[in-house]
Write a protein that binds this ligand. Structure first.
Ligand code: FAD
Length: 393
């Protein structure tokens, strides 16, 4: 790993020419967000995706890490797939503030001229990215759920632009998936939601460069002073749960929701919810799964009384096994469910609990069976199917 320090002057105005025009190597940059010295998962997920996109094109992957006393985090970014990490380590960057962070990112993007700049769609990322995009006059696609590389033909000019970033996201309330391209300005900027890209494994043997930056702040960058910080830690661990038991509007009252909690506990999982259940006040917003909630990929997802609206499915369709419980045999959730239980969740869920309790005395949790692929749904599905009008696909 090699290191160098760069002092840069503040530049002003204008779109960023692409790296080819400037004669430099093309690169995909990822903003590495950290809070109190912990890198946000989404940043590493984006490094992993950037690596996959960059390799066929021969581009470099560059992480840009801002904070105070964060130098020690850079090697992990390299281990996850970056070729280079630009580190701005400065007391004024200790806690996220829009203007100082934007200053560094804007100046560095003007200097380094990335082809693509990716930012996690966290609260901070959603604050930072539009300001940076506006200063660079490059446009921004927010809240992408997928990123691809492809060619785009512009009919009006009869020209094809090669190797564009396809910025893919739900649009019109999630009723269609839009692919957005940015053929003319650089960088191509997108924010991406946490959990939609896979976390790459760390390879500590990967080699890369670490470059120290000396930010050139302006007095106006410190218009906002942070007097006090209070963080509310969420106790909900939906994203990493191996099992999610989720309830929707078909779960009619708190007692029925409590049964879902019990089922989740028995399976060693977390409780999820549709937005309708959250809106009905049955559960806190931290539990919402979907387009505007958390994206989950558990080994087992039990959807009880959830219709399967596209906005909900956007957050759970990648689950390894899905068991759906619904009174409506035509519920859209059944289209993606591996096991379908047509029945009243208020009756089926207690039956599942009873069946699990009976076998938990002898067995390991059903989802932890040796055969991970089949064990989860077979066990739980079998228990519930026997107790309802269920049909397994
Ligand atoms: P419903 O659609 O009302 O479905 C209830 C289901 O329960 C029905 O299928 C019914 O047959 C079944 N049912 C009824 N009684 C029983 C019973 N006794 N036992 C078993 N089944 C029963 N939604 C999300 O979930 N997450 C999001 O992140 C999200 N983001 C959104 C973003 C936007 C921009 C928009 C426009 C919408 C979003 N929504 C989101 C809302 C989404 O469109 C749906 O309205 C919501 O998912 C519906 O929740 P539901 O399936 O619980 O309720």
């Amino acid at each position: 790993m090699s290191e160098q320090t760069v002092n840069h002057a503040t530049s002003t105005g204008g779109p960023v020419p692409d790296a080819a025009t400037a004669g430099g190597p093309k690169a995909i940059w990822v903003f590495i967000e950290q809070v109190d010295g912990a890198i946000a998962d989404v940043s590493m997920e984006l490094v992993g995706r950037a690596r996959e996109l960059a390799d066929p094109l021969g581009y470099a992957v560059v992480g840009i890490l801002l904070g105070h006393e964060v130098n020690g985090l850079a090697p992990d970014v390299i281990a996850r797939g970056a070729d280079r990490v630009l580190v701005a380590d400065h007391p004024e960057l200790a806690h996220y503030r829009t203007l100082p962070y934007a200053r560094v990112l804007i100046d560095e993007a003007r200097r380094g001229r990335p082809e693509i700049l990716l930012v996690g769609a966290t609260p901070n990322g959603r604050d930072l990215a539009p300001r940076v995009a506006s200063a660079l006059r490059c446009g921004l696609t927010a809240d992408c759920t997928d990123l691809q590389i492809g060619d785009h033909h512009i009919r009006r000019d009869d020209r094809t632009v090669k190797n564009l970033l396809f910025q893919i996201r739900p649009a019109f309330g999630g009723n269609l998936i839009a692919t957005i391209v940015n053929p003319d300005t650089r960088p191509q900027m997108a924010t991406v939601r946490e959990g939609v890209m896979r976390m790459p494994d760390a390879d500590p043997t990967r080699a890369g460069e670490i470059e120290r930056l000396e930010p050139a702040f302006q007095p106006g960058d410190f218009a906002l002073e942070v007097l006090d910080r209070r963080r509310r830690e969420s106790t909900v661990r939906l994203k990493d749960a191996a099992v999610v038991v989720a309830g929707g509007a078909g779960i009619k009252d708190q007692a029925a929701f409590d049964a879902l909690r019990e089922l989740a506990n028995l399976l060693g999982g977390e409780v999820g919810a549709s937005r309708a259940a959250v809106d009905a006040g049955l559960i806190e917003r931290d539990h919402q799964v979907g387009q505007t909630g958390t994206t989950v990929r558990p080994r087992l997802y039990i959807a009880a009384g959830i219709s399967g609206a596209v906005q909900h499915r956007a957050g759970m369709a990648e689950s390894s096994k899905i068991i759906a419980i619904n009174t409506d045999p035509n519920a859209p959730m059944f289209q993606i469910a591996h096991y379908r239980i047509v029945g009243d969740a208020a009756k089926v869920v207690p039956m599942m609990i009873k069946a699990l309790r009976e076998r938990s005395a002898e067995d390991a949790p059903v989802w932890a069976a040796e055969d991970e692929e089949e064990g989860a749904a077979d066990g739980a599905g079998g228990a519930a199917t026997g107790a309802s009008e269920g049909a397994a696909r």
